[in-house]
Write a protein that binds this ligand. Structure first.
Ligand code: AHR
Length: 323
């Protein structure tokens, strides 16, 4: 949001809301997390990572005795807005929002703000003014893209024609991973993204989109696949095999998430590297909510770190992460 727009948002909406006493200023008190009711609006179940993230969040809430109201939006922003509105009507203590896309959240965040309900943005980002949410718990998607590109540059000595499978259009995960990757390859004149298409973070679409690409393009000129998540890479691996090529060798593959299936693919020699997206975000999010409700300070961004993994540790990682 532009600086001027932010200024007017605070003057016209936020300040009157505070003066009218609609917002209850945080007071020193002891909130027990076992008494909390928290609404969680989740993107959907488009990938194995997303499913694991949901399960981990539900388990974390159960372990802490938090009542979590869960809503799966099936990748629809409209469904997410309806779920948040319903959480507000139910007077929940806090809301977790894992947003499908980046834009369009200001009106509903204002409704939560006016109701005095703190919202934690979890995983993907929003473009709304940061005064409208408590904090964001997430990884650094730009860094993920940079790590993927840095590995590919060294694996190809800086010469490679790349196919990119993008995640959901309009999501910060897709946008920022693309930005980070492109920042690094821009330093090497012979590294080029020659085809870039979305497969919506879905395995079946990764298969379909990659199959079309391999039918229509000169495959001998493709050196690598850069996939914004593991599920699309796994779908693409099947398409590469069906085209009579050897994935992980004829076409190098780097993706993001570090799900068990990608380590199984590495063990089979079908893929080369994955950047981890750590799904354990609920713990820091619940801690931030409790801290805030007890009158404490919470930073605007709580980063969740992740590494990059290769075939040498694939068996170990698979054993550690398999469901
Ligand atoms: O927002 C994170 C992305 O969303 C994950 O990388 C992808 O698998 C998921 O669906």
């Amino acid at each position: 949001m532009a600086v001027e727009a932010r200024f007017w948002l605070r003057i016209v909406v936020v300040i009157p809301v505070i003066f009218l006493g609609i917002i209850t200023p945080t007071q020193a008190q002891t909130v027990n997390e076992k008494d909390l009711i928290i609404g969680f609006s989740q993107v959907g179940s488009e990938s194995d990572w997303r499913t694991a993230f949901t399960e981990i969040t539900l388990a974390e809430a159960a372990e802490r005795g938090i009542s979590l109201l869960f809503s799966n939006a099936e990748n629809s922003q409209e469904n997410q807005i309806a779920a948040i509105r319903s959480f507000i009507e139910q007077r929940v203590d806090a809301i977790l929002l894992a947003p499908v896309i980046e834009t369009g959240w200001t009106p509903i965040l204002l409704e939560a703000y006016a109701a005095g309900i703190p919202v934690v943005i979890i995983d993907r980002n929003v473009t709304a003014d940061e005064s409208l949410y408590l904090t964001r718990v997430s990884s650094d998607f730009v860094l993920e893209g940079r790590l993927a590109a840095a590995w590919l540059v060294q694996a190809t000595s800086g010469r490679c024609n790349i196919v990119e499978l993008q995640g959901t259009v309009g999501s910060s995960a897709a946008r920022d991973r693309q930005i980070g990757f492109n920042q690094v390859i821009a330093l090497f004149p012979d590294m080029r993204v020659v085809i870039s298409q979305t497969a919506d973070f879905r395995r079946a679409m990764g298969h379909e989109v990659m199959a079309n690409i391999l039918h229509t393009e000169n495959v001998s000129e493709i050196c690598a696949l850069w996939s914004h998540n593991d599920d699309m890479a796994i779908g693409a691996i099947e398409a590469i095999k069906e085209a009579g090529l050897d994935p992980g060798d004829d076409i190098l593959i780097v993706s993001v998430d570090a799900i068990p299936d990608i380590f199984a693919a590495m063990m089979a020699g079908d893929t080369n590297a994955t950047v981890e997206l750590n799904p354990y975000m609920a713990g820091p999010a619940f801690d931030a909510i409790v801290t805030y409700l007890n009158g404490g300070e919470v930073p605007k961004w709580i980063p969740v770190p992740g590494g990059i993994y290769f075939p040498d540790t694939a068996a170990e990682e698979y054993a550690r992460r398999k469901p």
